[in-house]
Design a protein around this ligand. Structure first.
Ligand code: SF4
Ligand code: SF4
Length: 239
């Protein structure tokens, strides 16, 4: 059920984003944005691990995962950050290392594209990015993608949340993924688990006066969508 909700949210957001950003520079093979600083929930990690096993990509995937050694570890989840803002508390700034490209890239194409996490899906730009020429996105897109990231974290609450490589390794102690886990030393898996954070429930949204009403419409579309005959909002509220 949670995986179905996740995929519904992906679809709704991508549909909304393509209508709200008609002049994107993003195209197949453009991959400057594919860094190692991607954050995911456990649900998203499970999708990736299942895909890798189904597509018989275990060797290639394990080799790539072992190359992910130079990434930043977030200190707060998105909902931690939102809660601090809503409470009027300051948090220490996050420092991201300027690391190399994502090891799941091959010939500038994502090898796990159908199951790429939301952090990869939300990243768009009106200009072609290059080193020294960062992405340009509207305030509306930034605000909407943050709000949807919060909903996805809420969906995965109490489970792992963190850098994609830590979460993927941490999940390898689940028997279903033994075929991948066998390629890794148990100490690495335990260390990765200790570096993950825990996904938190939604504390509320950070909506501005200008963009808030449009973001609220997108959230309404997500909440009103039915999965297995139940509204997503009711499922998220545990009803
Ligand atoms: S965000 Fe930038 S680097 Fe990524 S696909 Fe779009 S234009 Fe290319
Ligand atoms: S998972 Fe795929 S889309 Fe995401 S950063 Fe890596 S290569 Fe890019």
């Amino acid at each position: 059920m949670k995986h179905k909700i996740l995929h519904s949210i992906y679809t709704i957001f991508e549909d909304w984003s393509s209508k709200s950003n008609p002049h994107l520079a993003c195209c197949k093979g453009c991959s400057t944005c594919c860094t190692q600083n991607v954050t995911i929930t456990a649900l998203e990690g499970e999708d990736i691990l299942r895909y890798v096993i189904t597509k018989k990509m275990v060797d290639k995937f394990a080799t790539a995962l072992l190359q992910s050694t130079d990434f930043s570890r977030p200190k707060y989840t998105t909902n931690d950050f939102a809660k601090a803002c809503l409470d009027g508390r300051d948090l220490d700034p996050e420092i991201q290392s300027d690391n190399g490209g994502c090891p799941f890239l091959e010939n500038n194409l994502c090898t796990i594209y159908p199951v790429r996490p939301f952090s990869c899906r939300l990243f768009v730009s009106d200009v072609t990015c290059s080193p020294g020429n960062p992405a340009q996105v509207s305030d509306l897109h930034l605000e909407a993608s943050t709000a949807v990231t919060q909903v996805i974290e809420h969906l995965g609450q109490k489970e792992y949340w963190g850098n994609m490589f830590d979460v993927l390794l941490a999940l390898l102690d689940i028997g279903e993924y033994r075929e991948i886990a066998d390629r890794f030393n148990q100490t690495l898996i335990i260390q990765a688990r200790m570096c993950t954070l825990t996904a938190k429930p939604l504390p509320g949204f950070l909506l501005s006066e200008e963009e808030g009403p449009k973001v609220a419409q997108l959230l309404e579309t997500i909440f009103e969508t039915e999965v297995d005959h139940k509204r997503i909002e009711d499922i998220l509220n545990g009803k």
